[in-house]
Design a protein around this ligand. Structure first.
Ligand SMILES: Cc1cc2nc3c(=O)[nH]c(=O)nc-3n(C[C@H](O)[C@H](O)[C@H](O)COP(=O)(O)OP(=O)(O)OC[C@H]3O[C@@H](n4cnc5c(N)ncnc54)[C@H](O)[C@@H]3O)c2cc1C
Length: 553
């Protein structure tokens, strides 16, 4: 396999030699290093690399150079290798330019000179960036291939499942791809057996269920032990944080996820406000980091696997899983988050998965290339999706009932949307009908003030209209608020039922439900803040309270 390149540019010979030496020392086994003093020479070389079908993983450029500034040089590289990571080498006096470049150029990092010792200041940063790059980079494809029809709901489900589980795949559309006919012939596939998933070992699954794919690729849906200190239900940010803390604190920890780790955050194209990531990070990236961290500390993950019931036996909790097995645990953290409300309009149900999607559905974004797409909803998730899709679609229309986005969306997103010429806000409006022959082709909007209706062509409709807690699976008498969110801690005192179920002398711990030893964290909890950071905070806090509970049992 061809090694990718790290390209370094600095007009100062001594600095160039030093950084070239340090980068080579650490990364030469996996990357080729190309270093030069001249920006124009570097741009020529980059063009050559592109022509030769080589790849660049990382650019490191000094900011102050006579021919052009580093930010300008890094901007020009985007034409050739837009996915390469970009690092600016700066002096203290250039920090302002570097911070500006985080927004304008999506600069990944600025590195202050000198970077000694490299083990502390250079290698961790570069390793992290290269890991991120590797994760999203697909060389000549050797992994899983899905052959199917673009507008088939099952194809969408499979793509969504693999994307959510961070498993790379190649999508082959039978109606578009030249390779499809050859693969269908070679594998004797009938068109009514599509979608088909082809694996690296040459085997295939026809119209498979998620669990069949999971079993084939080695995702685990059976626990290795019968008894745990803590079982976390749901692997969104709250569950993942609880898993990391459970693992680091030596608790025998199991996390169970029904779909794919990451939860709602995992579907976000860019989280801009999570502490410590100044240029933002994608939900997939956050999930991958958190999962690696949890697994490093010995946490076990079952996915996809659905918890369908919790029963009590003495002080122990017994969880029933969709696989038909049971697990015993001392404590439980319910972090099952929220699920999207469905849109009630003519044609929506029939075309869901075939051009109509709930949530971000990043796996389907490519099908919107140069087409018109609609988004329903005025919250931050709708705003993020609009920004993401504006880079792919021809036009993005945001449909909202209200007059403006002011009360529902963060200002930074409203600003970004206002500055993006191909996003249009359609206020005071609702979708009343979706139409199409096996796939979405048109949507009809109604202005709720004037009653006027308008039908427009649309290749996709993304729906973000609020969410409901995922608690309907709980049969145990866990006190919930009228909307179904789990009530915890002192808020339980307001419930008339509390005294009937709580029989301990102590008060419930802050995130404890009305059943001792069952805690709840994140969006599923009544009064939660609906943010990644707060979900992570509550997940971490829940483990502290699990310890207190275990200490007192
Ligand atoms: C598109 C989008 C963008 C967002 N962007 C931001 C942002 O930029 N910044 C920010 O702060 N917040 C953002 N949010 C909000 C943030 O993602 C949520 O607040 C956060 O994900 C809540 O985490 P959680 O762990 O409580 O729940 P969730 O993320 O909802 O995760 C719950 C998990 O539990 C699983 N589950 C449910 N039931 C079961 C069961 N019975 N058995 C097993 N597993 C189960 C689900 O499959 C899911 O994976 C965004 C949300 C969306 C949808």
């Amino acid at each position: 396999m061809k090694l990718p390149f790290i390209v370094i540019i600095d007009d100062d010979t001594q600095v160039l030699r030093a950084i070239q030496r340090d980068v080579r020392n650490k990364f030469r086994e996996d990357y080729k290093v190309l270093a030069t003093e001249s920006a124009s020479e570097a741009l020529g070389a980059i063009k050559e690399l592109k022509l030769k079908n080589e790849t660049v993983a990382l650019f490191i450029s000094d900011q102050r150079m006579p021919e052009m500034e580093g930010t300008e040089f890094l901007g020009k590289t985007q034409e050739f290798f837009p996915d390469a990571k970009k690092v600016l080498l700066t002096a203290y006096s250039d920090i302002e330019a570097a911070i500006k470049a985080i927004n304008t150029l999506r600069l990944d990092y600025y590195l202050l000179k000198p970077w000694n010792p490299p083990e502390e200041k250079l290698y961790p940063v570069v390793t992290d960036l290269l890991d991120d790059w590797q994760n999203s980079f697909t060389p000549d494809f050797e992994g899983i291939k899905i052959i199917g029809y673009q507008w088939s709901p099952l194809s969408h489900k499979i793509k969504d499942f693999l994307t959510g589980n961070l498993i790379p795949y190649k999508w082959i559309d039978v109606e578009v791809s030249k390779d499809a006919a050859e693969l269908i012939n070679t594998h004797n596939i009938e068109t009514d057996e599509l979608p088909v998933v082809l694996f690296e070992d040459g085997t295939l699954l026809k119209s498979p269920a998620e669990i069949d794919i999971a079993n084939k690729i080695g995702l685990k849906s059976t626990a290795s032990e019968e008894f745990y200190d803590v079982v976390i239900i749901g692997a969104g940010p709250a569950g993942l944080a609880a898993a990391v803390y459970g693992g680091t604190e030596g608790l025998k920890t199991l996390m169970i996820e029904k779909k794919a780790p990451g939860g709602q955050a995992g579907t976000s194209s860019r989280i801009e406000n999570y502490l410590g990531f100044p240029s933002g990070l994608s939900g997939a990236d956050l999930t991958r980091r958190a999962l690696t961290q949890a697994q490093r500390f010995g946490v076990e993950l079952l996915s996809p696997c659905n918890v369908i019931d919790i029963k009590m036996k003495d002080n122990y909790k017994i969880l029933s899983l969709s696989s038909g097995t049971e697990i015993k645990t001392q404590t439980v953290i319910i972090s099952t988050g929220v699920d999207y409300n469905t849109l009630d309009a003519k044609g929506i149900n029939e075309l869901t998965g075939a051009g109509i999607y709930y949530g971000a559905a990043t796996a389907e974004a490519h099908s919107c290339k140069d087409k018109d797409v609609f988004i329903v909803g005025g919250g931050n998730s709708a705003g993020q999706a609009a920004m993401y899709l504006s880079g792919i679609a021809k036009n993005v229309f945001i449909v909202i009932r209200r007059n403006s986005l002011d009360a529902t969306m963060s200002h930074y997103l409203i600003d970004q949307i206002n500055k993006t010429s191909n996003i249009t806000l359609i206020p005071n409006s609702v979708i009343v009908e979706a139409e199409g022959n096996n796939r979405l082709e048109r949507v009809t909007l109604e202005n709720i003030k004037t009653g006027e209706k308008k039908t427009s062509e649309a290749v996709a409709l993304f729906i973000f209209i609020g969410a409901k807690p995922v608690t309907d699976w709980i049969k145990l008498n866990i006190i919930r608020d009228p909307k179904g969110f789990i009530v915890t801690g002192r808020d339980l005192f307001k419930s008339d039922n509390f005294k009937k179920v709580w029989k301990l002398e102590r008060d419930p711990y802050p995130l404890e439900t009305c059943i001792p030893g069952i805690f709840s964290a994140g969006d599923v909890r009544a009064g939660a803040m609906n943010r990644v950071a707060s979900a992570v905070g509550e997940g971490a806090m829940a483990i502290k309270l699990v310890h207190e509970y275990l200490g007192g049992v």
